[in-house]
Design a protein around this ligand. Structure first.
Ligand SMILES: [Zn+2]
Ligand SMILES: [Zn+2]
Length: 206
């Protein structure tokens, strides 16, 4: 976080130092439902500044998630090599954009004072503005859902986790961090509006 611009620190509400780590199972894609929030196939966590050094070593990762060496049928499973650390602070952009139209409609429903014409004008403005800024790897703004809106609920308070920690699109991120979600899918890392440390990931195919 110390390497991130102030807007990012403010958006994430986790202070100006420390590290957000994202782990994801990249084995047997599709078998462990890694696309689902809190599926156990990924982990998004905040690491305090004084724990960063330790959290970055591979030993720590292995302690956190020891992968089974046999599957349900008792057969040996081979695991891919642990993924190398991909710091994204240099490639990620901060964005303030508009939601996709389905989500914008939902947001506008909270404003019954707006007439049909005003709603249409806002949609049009949003459409014009969001041609390029909101794709790829970014923090802030709104997610570029490739299927429906899939905010999970916070396990602590049940609120919709609509904080935009990170939007990762396969095509843009493949070159930069080497990740592909299904068939060119998009992954979203969401945060609870109240519990900043409650973060999780969802992803979907196009
Ligand atoms: Zn897995
Ligand atoms: Zn919460």
């Amino acid at each position: 976080l110390a390497q991130m611009p102030e807007e990012v620190q403010e958006t994430l509400r986790l202070g100006d130092e420390g590290l957000i780590q994202v782990y994801m199972c990249y084995n047997n894609e599709g078998e462990c439902e890694s696309w689902e929030a809190f599926s156990g196939a990924h982990c998004v966590r905040f690491v305090e500044e004084d724990e960063m050094e330790e959290a970055r070593t591979r030993e720590d990762v292995t302690h956190l998630y020891t992968l089974p060496t046999v599957n349900e049928d008792g057969e040996e499973v081979e695991h891919a090599e642990p993924f190398r650390e991909c710091p994204i602070s240099r490639v990620v952009r901060f964005t303030q954009d508009y939601p996709k139209s389905e989500e914008l409609s939902q947001a506008l429903d909270c404003h019954p004072e707006l007439g049909e014409e005003e709603r249409e004008a806002i949609h049009e403005h949003a459409w014009e503005r969001r041609q390029s800024p909101s794709s790829g790897l970014y923090i802030g703004g709104w997610f570029n859902w490739c299927q429906g809106i899939e905010y999970p609920d916070c396990p602590e308070c049940g609120q919709t986790m609509n904080g935009t920690v990170l939007n990762i699109e396969s095509l843009d991120s493949e070159g930069q961090i080497g990740l592909m979600f299904g068939d060119c899918g998009t992954a979203e890392i969401c945060q609870c509006p109240t519990h900043e440390r409650q973060m999780t990931m969802v992803w979907a195919c196009c």
